[in-house]
Design a protein around this ligand. Structure first.
Ligand code: SP5
Ligand code: ZN
Length: 341
């Protein structure tokens, strides 16, 4: 399997609010290093991304949001702030429906939904490169009619059309799905197996029938992102019936998780897509420091094997996974389970 990756991500490492303290984010450059080391060990062919197509990005994100992301750091500095990361302190809550603010502290709240995520000097270049990796992976998958791994960092599945959060700024999986649509696949499935619900991806495609979304994740009644990902969210308008959420309790282990995976795969098969995107988070691992499922390293190849039910081509997009030492092994476990050799 080919890997698309680059090192531009390295200078992006922001602060997050965790348990009342500002800490260096759990989502850090060393994660990508571990994945790169593991893919190098199994000799996967590596290529850099091509130039990002702005029109593609604007077909899954609001242009005003993109302009905000691109300029947020400069505006933060110009406002007199001296911290390493720009972070919101207020958000529009229920019944607060006024117009978008015009200064940076307000705009940060308008364009984010969580304080686990902030914007530094190198966040936009890293996020744009991550989306370029996604775009290039989609193109390769179409050209070669085979599976490709997009080693994206930062991750993407929590980012909606116009909001960042959950360590995500641009929705890489959505970029892949839209590119596959634009390159001639009439129906595309996104299967999200990260521990957390892919609220951004669901939101972007919620009213569309041409991109179906299935996710298995920790029950949002008890877990981030809390406010989306519930079982009764099945799509709206043209997208009615094109969204499947399978929330699972804290403590879920391999047998129950794999049973849910089979349910999602059956649902996708019934939708009859001609290409698939896998939002590949391995924060389902038992030693993950911020998550509460109990999959073992030995379970990940079996996950990959079961994913062979997806239609060709499949693009794997890296999402979460915070047990850094085992991250590469677990990711490569899935990829090799899917495509040995
Ligand atoms: C892409 C992805 O996996 N994003 C996940 C974002 C989760 N952010 C909230 C994390 C809350 C961590 N609190 C854990 C406390 C352990 N000391
Ligand atoms: Zn996650």
């Amino acid at each position: 399997m080919q890997v698309i990756r680059s090192d531009i991500h390295r200078r992006h490492h922001c602060a997050e609010l965790d348990g009342g303290k500002i800490i260096d984010s759990w989502e850090h450059p060393g994660r990508a290093d571990m994945v790169d080391r593991a893919t190098d060990e199994v000799d996967m062919a590596v290529s850099p991304p091509a130039v990002l197509d702005r029109r593609l990005l604007e077909s899954v994100h609001d242009p005003g949001y993109l302009a905000f992301l691109e300029t947020a750091w400069t505006r933060w500095v110009d406002a007199g702030h001296t911290t390493a990361c720009a972070m919101a302190f207020t958000w529009p809550a229920r019944r607060m429906t006024g117009p978008a603010p015009t200064t940076i502290d307000g705009l940060l709240g308008h364009h984010s939904f969580a304080a686990d995520c902030s914007i530094g000097a190198h966040t936009w270049p890293a996020a744009a490169e991550s989306a370029a990796i996604a775009q290039t992976a989609a193109d390769r998958a179409v050209d070669a009619a085979s599976a490709v791994f997009a080693r994206c960092r930062p991750p993407g599945h929590h980012a909606s059309r116009d909001q960042f959060g959950g360590y995500c700024y641009l929705n890489n999986a959505a970029v892949v799905a839209q590119r596959l649509r634009d390159r001639g696949h009439d129906k595309v499935a996104i299967l999200d197996i990260d521990y957390h619900h892919g609220n951004g991806t669901q939101d972007i495609f919620y009213e569309r029938e041409d991109v179906v979304f299935a996710s298995l994740h920790a029950d949002p009644r008890r877990e981030f992102p809390y406010f989306l990902g519930h079982a009764d969210e099945t799509g709206r308008g043209d997208g009615a019936g094109a969204n499947l959420n399978l929330p699972l309790p804290h403590g879920t282990g391999a047998s129950d998780w794999l049973a849910a995976l089979d349910t999602a795969l059956g649902w996708i098969t019934d939708a009859a897509p001609t290409a698939a995107v896998v939002s590949l988070g391995v924060d389902t691992y038992h030693d993950d420091p911020i998550s509460r499922f109990t999959l073992a390293t030995d379970d990940f190849p079996e996950v990959g094997r079961r994913l062979r039910r997806l239609p060709d081509p499949v693009v794997f997009v890296l999402e979460g996974g915070y047990a850094t030492e085992q991250l590469g092994v677990n990711v490569v476990g899935v990829l090799r389970g899917f495509e040995p050799g």
